[in-house]
Design a protein around this ligand. Structure first.
Ligand code: HSE
Length: 316
């Protein structure tokens, strides 16, 4: 496809995200303002070459410029739309990598959004998310769209169909606390954490989890945070992953003791996310989570975070 190049160079920011929120495996996520990535994308007429020429920022050391979610996502677009362009990427990595904060998804989301702003392709939000989700193959072995949807659209996202891809996004309230253990995780962590999941689920567990998901969504969508918090419980996916998460039980217990309304694994972990009503309460929960990590001999950081906007142009 011959493309008319509207602009040559653009910088897009995309925020981190927390997927699942307990029972919403692969279908629920929230974009959070705790961390963001920025990607500067330049295009010129060419043959579809994609090059990462700069990776900087506090978490740049864990980004492989040759093997990156952004590259996979852009390759997918270039091939799908047969775009006759070369693309150059400069990545500013502000999201911790491999810790369950949708880091790879945010880079892919920012890159795809940038290309779409520059070339007009992909033109629909669904196509954009589909392409960014393709990037997730690099770390997860298969595409999943929860993190990328949150980074693209912002707020709370609900994926209600994958074929065809359909996502709804909502502005929500609430104040979240992220407990982030500073541990090394393998490059294919998400793939690994998906490999431990059960292939089949007992009906009664399915019913219980569905009731939690309903509580989560009713609560978040009506602003009833107590109900939302009670909905952040997952006895299927999170239960299978919990034994692999450092200090999981202790951090969860102490977050609840400090007043958290709900606590869940953030994405595939190892970070843990708690919900609170206010910043004052969130600060108390954050301090309790940090002490819990210390009691396990782990260095950790905590962040108070609010729902963030979607990927957007910061410099054109
Ligand atoms: N929903 C995905 C998972 C998110 O839990 O595997 C991974 O970031």
């Amino acid at each position: 496809m011959e493309v008319k190049i509207f602009m040559k160079n653009i910088k897009v920011r995309a925020y981190c995200s927390s997927a699942n929120l307990g029972p919403g495996f692969d279908i629920v996520a929230v974009a959070l303002d705790a961390f963001y990535d920025e990607v500067e994308v330049s295009v010129k007429n060419g043959r579809g070459d994609i090059r990462v020429t700069l990776v900087e920022g506090p978490y740049s050391s864990r980004v492989d410029p040759e093997k990156n979610t952004a590259i996979e996502a852009l390759k997918y677009i270039i091939s799908k739309y047969d775009l006759k362009v070369d693309v150059e990427l400069k990545i500013w990595k502000g999201i911790p990598v491999g810790l369950g904060l949708g880091s790879s998804g945010a880079t892919a989301a920012a890159s795809v959004k940038a290309l779409s702003e520059l070339l007009g392709a992909p033109s629909s939000i669904e196509e954009l998310i589909e392409a960014a989700g393709e990037g997730e193959r690099v770390s997860a072995g298969e595409p999943h769209y929860d993190n990328v949807s949150a980074s693209v659209l912002g707020g709370l996202v609900l994926l209600y169909s994958t074929k065809p891809l359909r996502v709804a996004s909502f502005k929500i309230g609430g104040c979240f606390v992220l407990g982030i253990p500073l541990v090394e995780t393998p490059e294919n962590k998400t793939k690994l954490m998906r490999s431990v999941l059960p292939r089949e689920v007992e009906l009664k567990k399915m019913v219980y989890n569905t009731s939690r998901l309903t509580a989560l969504l009713v609560g978040l969508l009506t602003g009833d945070l107590e109900t939302a918090g009670r909905g952040m419980e997952d006895i299927i996916v999170e239960a299978a992953r919990a034994p692999l998460i450092p200090c999981y039980a202790k951090v969860k217990e102490e977050a609840f003791n400090a007043g958290a309304l709900g606590v869940a694994l953030s994405g595939a972990g190892p970070s843990i996310i708690a919900l609170s009503k206010s910043k004052e309460e969130a600060l108390i929960i954050a301090s309790a989570m940090k002490k819990a990590y210390e009691s396990c001999g782990l260095e950790a950081i905590t962040k108070i975070a609010y729902p963030a906007p979607g990927a957007h142009v910061v410099e054109a």
